[in-house]
Design a protein around this ligand. Sequence first.
Ligand code: HXC
Length: 286
Amino acid sequence: MFSAETLQGKHIVVTGGGSGLGLEMARGFLSVGASVSLIGRNRARLEQALKDLGGDGTRVLLHPCDVRSYEEVQNTFSSIVEHTGRVDGVVNNAAGNFYCASEDLTSNGFRTVVDIVLQGTFNWSQVFGSYLIEHSLPGSILNIVATYSHFGSAFVLPSACAKAGVHALTQTLGVEWAHHGIRVNAVAPGPFPTEGAWSRLIPDEKIEQRYKRLLPTRRFGEKSELANLAIFLLSDLSPYITGECIYIDGGEHLRGGSFNFLLEYFEPEDLKKMFRGLKSKSQAQK
Ligand code: HXC
């Protein structure tokens, strides 16, 4: 279905593009002719991503930027447009997540994840969308939600709330901006192994095996499968799709995709102990 020209001449911004699924989607966009801007907080990680992509800095631009800051997003967007002359798509992929019993969450812990996921998606969508509207240009926004966006999930309250908000944002802007030629869609990935998600959410073999058993396909996703869907939704192959959320999860959500399954296998106190251990480990690595 795709050719080397599917995204030819288009410039796509990928937030959280320095690693994991963001990096793999960027790789996919490059393979079908696009140029990309990778957005991330950590410059060293972005430099590593450039090496991984085999880029020389002509088709891959790097922009350190914290998606939580509207001002940083505005400045970054302006400098991309100055450099490339155009932006055709934005993928709101930057995310934060961790397990925590909700009674143990701090206000700042909740806010941090909501700021990255929901506020960050708003910031990029609004800055990009208002630019397109001002210049009468078409464009496409792709948001990343989760299999638990509709029904929530135990132990990831901030992420569940933020992803539900991103889904509402997708449907709202899908309608509001359609007549401007701006499409706004979402994908809801099931489990795709990445260092960021696995170290926080699938920390041991036992959990991994139990999770896999819940999946109708009995396997995790391949990153290239997600990249293909993202290419399709950003390209001119899907001009009549907007406000939509497509699950790419091997059927997981039909079986109630979420981390609720942990309650079936572990005692609440043991889970809390595990969550505290994960928090200490991630803080020690900072
Ligand atoms: C409880 C925690 C915590 C944890 C941080 N906090 N980690 N609380 N359990 N494990 C609290 C801190 O105590 C602090 O609150 C507040 O959150 C901010 O923490 P910081 O470490 O200062 O924040 P920051 O450095 O900005 O890091 C943000 C982060 C971090 C979200 C906490 O995890 C991160 O950078 N994540 C990015 C990558 C990521 O998460 N990838 C996974 C995405 S997977 P106090 O009150 O103490 O100040 C995904 C989809 C999953 O989204 C679906 C898969 C199947």
